[in-house]
Design a protein around this ligand. Sequence first.
Ligand code: AMP
Length: 146
Amino acid sequence: MSSLLNNELADLSVEQLMIPAEKVAHVQVGNPIEHALLVLIESGYSSVPVLDSEYRVQGMIGKTAILKSVTGLERFEMEKLADIKVEQVMETEKPRLTRGDNFLKGLKVVINHAFTCIVDEHGQFLGILTRRAILKEVNKVMYAAQ
Ligand code: AMP
C-alpha cells in the first residue's frame, strides 16, 4: 500500500479533488442563524462554511450548534433564531488546507472532519475537500491494484 500511495495518491493535490467555491453552499458571518438553518435544511448538509464579506473563511456552522443555541429549559426557543447571528454560534477552530497541500495532508484532516475548507494565501475561500472525495480516490487505487 505504501508504494501505491507514493505513486498514485501522494502526487495529487487537494485542489484537484476540491469542490469549487461556486458549487458550495455557504452562509455569511452576519446572517441570522435562521437563514443558516434554512440553507442547511434546503441543502441537506449538516454543516457549511461561514465566509465574511470578502469571501474569507471564518468558520463553519452546523444544525446541532444552531439547535443548541435555541434550546431552553423546556422547549426550543425558535423565536431566537432571528436575533442570533451566525458568528455567535459558528465553530472557528476547524483546520484548513491551502491549494498546494497534498493528498496525504487532506487524508489526515478528513479522518476527524467530514469536510475542510481550502483557502488561498490571503485566506480567501476556494472550495472544500470532503471525506467522500478522499475515499473515492483511495477506492480507485485499491481496486486498480487488485
Ligand atoms: P460528503 O463527504 O459528500 O458526505 O460531504 C461531507 C460534508 O461536506 C457534508 O455533510 C457537508 O457538510 C459538506 N459538503 C459537501 N458538499 C457540499 C456542498 N456542495 N456545499 C456545502 N457543503 C458541502
